[in-house]
Design a protein around this ligand. Structure first.
Ligand SMILES: [Zn+2]
Length: 313
């Protein structure tokens, strides 16, 4: 590779050679080029390769490429392998993380908390709704459940239940189970500012409201945001509740909050399997669509959607 120098000894030819070897658009300038460079790892790799191949300290091209010394050759090989190595490492880390989470859940499933339906529980699926009751959405969810002859567990927030005792009663009277989701949707994380005693107090306050409205004692507790730790477990035991989490979630307020109702519905209807515990939230519009789509699929597949809840009442 030979590049002629300019008579005045400046580096114009060299820069031109660099541009022609790089993969970026010639028309890009200024901020556009900088942003493109920042967001494209391949562009960074291309530029580092280009520097190794053509750049020498005096600004002329290398006579041999990748380079003259072992260090340059080593860096060249590293740069070449960087993208596949990084992809592989990320992939392995993600898979190990998922496997660890699955193993952890399997070890405590049905022992400390229910992620799936307990072995002796009849039925095919346990539908659960969190964060209600909501005056706009809970009644419509109840109508949908009636239409498809399905029953669910409602993990209610005590403060909301206190404002809408008629909805709590309606849920109970129409064959569903009322369960505890704390009075204030308390932040129950392990290192959080509330003690185990305060979590237990919040659970009891919620229980009192729900019992006052529906005349039913709560036996199941789901910690807000699914916080499973010694604090929530201890508080649940102290107040006579069993911990119930979930195996599939809609994620309307969580990881899938940016998706449309149709997209979440598509995910949920494909993800749900027999013996799953499904988490949805009866405080938003999207859940109506998700519930309707899911129930019509499950009806076609002849899922038993009543026995599980009946066994909890
Ligand atoms: Zn919640």
């Amino acid at each position: 590779m030979t590049v002629m120098g300019r008579p005045d000894g400046r580096k114009r030819h060299h820069n031109k050679a660099i541009r022609s070897m790089s993969w970026r658009s010639q028309s890009m300038t200024g901020a556009g080029r900088r942003n493109w460079f920042r967001t494209c790892p391949d562009a960074r790799l291309a530029c580092s390769l280009r520097n190794l191949i053509v750049k020498k300290n005096d600004g002329t091209l290398a006579d041999h490429w990748p380079g003259d010394g072992w260090l340059q050759n080593f860096r060249f090989c590293l740069a070449l392998l960087w993208v596949p190595m990084k992809t592989l490492l990320t992939d392995v880390t993600v898979k190990l993380g998922r496997a660890g989470k699955r193993a952890f859940r399997a070890a405590i499933d049905n022992r400390i908390a229910d992620f799936h339906m307990p072995a002796k529980m009849p039925g095919d699926l346990l539908l659960t709704f969190d964060d209600g009751p909501h005056p706009d959405y809970t009644p419509r969810i109840l109508d949908l459940l009636d239409e498809f002859d399905a029953r669910a567990v409602f993990f209610m927030i005590g403060a909301r239940a206190e404002r809408h005792p008629d909805l709590v009663r309606a849920c109970h009277d129409r064959g569903h189970v009322i369960a505890n989701h704390t009075y204030t949707h308390l932040d129950t994380c392990a290192g959080g500012r509330y003690s185990r005693a305060q979590v237990a107090e919040d659970i009891e306050r919620c229980s009192a409201v729900l019992q006052g409205a529906a005349g039913q004692t709560t036996h199941h507790f789901r910690p807000p945001r699914g916080e499973l730790n010694t604090k929530t477990w201890g508080a649940a035991k102290a107040t006579g509740h069993r911990m119930m989490l979930w195996s599939v979630e809609g994620g309307e307020w969580g990881r899938r909050r940016h998706l449309s109702a149709a997209e979440i519905s598509d995910f949920v209807t494909k993800a749900v399997r027999r013996r799953d515990i499904l988490l949805l939230h009866d405080d938003n519009e999207k859940t109506l669509r998700i519930t309707a789509d899911l129930l019509s699929r499950l009806r076609k597949e002849r899922f038993d959607l009543t026995s599980a809840v009946a066994s909890l009442r």
